[in-house]
Design a protein around this ligand. Structure first.
Ligand code: NAG
Ligand code: NAG
Length: 280
């Protein structure tokens, strides 16, 4: 009996992130679904449970997962794969994993609505930076694909006239796009166009015949060319709430937690126990 008690932790403590809802614990069968069928950037930790550096990384990686997935909801998936499992060994070999942990970041191909065929495969890149929370988060946010156009006030009309009925337009003091706004653009890729105006002044602009006085920075507007509606968002920078507001205006996201794809993929993060035998 004593001997059995000793075995229990060995059996159940093998996968590091099985019970962590912020981190995908991948297998050879879920790897493609999570990584290659999404416009999200994915970081994968290839690990072995017995490895000391992997154990050291675990709390940091959990913090990164919580920040990216639960707090910010950036267009990044945080994932891990246990290379010690026999059914994962081939996949880890295919990715030329020679040491643990190896962190690899997979970037999706650039999507272009005008040249859909041009898209190729995801690009994998080994992360060799410092394995600290800040450096990992900074690296990951720098690897989110940018689909946000920088728009000048003087060229606003032509930007609005471009194809696409739905637009999200941000007025901000910042010269560069925030990871949150980039992530929103990824969630609505192909269904809404995103742009930002970097300005220090509170401009008065004309959109679809409406005179709009930008009263504060940042300010976010939703433009519907079909109905002629221009709506303003002023409830803060929570990605989920902004997404719900966009959905209320009739536009559904194609990626992210509120999309049907996002809900489908969630099962590989949450209640993973239910699919434990799926991979065997
Ligand atoms: C990226 O988004 C576009 C537009 O929604 C979609 O057509 C394409 O299949 C997506 N790419 C991947 C790899 O999922
Ligand atoms: C603007 O930049 C500041 C400083 O870099 C940053 O703290 C803030 O989150 C940014 N805001 C937006 C909306 O991007």
């Amino acid at each position: 009996m004593l001997f059995l008690w000793f075995l229990i932790p060995l059996i159940f403590a093998q996968d590091f992130y099985k019970d962590n809802s912020n981190i995908f614990e991948l297998t050879a069968s879920s790897f493609n679904k999570v990584i290659y069928s999404s416009n999200y950037t994915t970081i994968v930790e290839f690990y072995a449970p017995w490895c000391g550096y992997c154990k050291q990384l675990k709390p940091v990686y959990e913090k990164v997962g919580r920040f990216i997935q639960a707090d910010s909801k950036y267009a990044v998936n945080v994932a891990a794969i246990n290379c010690d499992k026999s059914y994962n060994k081939q996949l880890c070999a295919d990715h030329q994993i020679t040491g643990f942990p190896t962190l690899k970041v997979f970037r999706p191909p650039k999507y272009d609505a005008n040249k859909p065929k041009k898209s190729s495969k995801h690009v994998g890149e080994v992360f060799n930076g410092e394995r600290g929370f800040k450096s990992m988060v900074n690296f990951l946010t720098s690897r989110i694909k940018n689909y946000v156009d920088k728009v000048k006030v003087s060229s606003l009309d032509s930007w609005i006239a471009q194809t696409g009925d739905f637009k999200l337009l941000l007025f901000t003091k910042n010269q560069s796009v925030s990871p949150l706004f980039k992530s929103l653009a990824v969630d609505f890729l192909g269904v809404a166009d995103f742009g930002y105006v970097a300005t220090k002044d509170l401009e008065t602009i004309n959109i679809l015949g409406h005179d709009i006085q930008v009263q504060q920075l940042p300010s976010l507007y939703l433009i519907n060319k079909n109905s002629g509606e221009v709506a303003k968002w002023d409830q803060g920078v929570d990605k989920t709430k902004i997404t719900q507001w966009i959905i209320l205006h009739g536009i559904d996201p194609v990626d992210g937690e509120l999309s049907s794809k996002g809900k489908r993929l969630t099962k590989y993060r949450i209640n993973k126990k239910k699919i434990v035998h799926d991979e065997l």
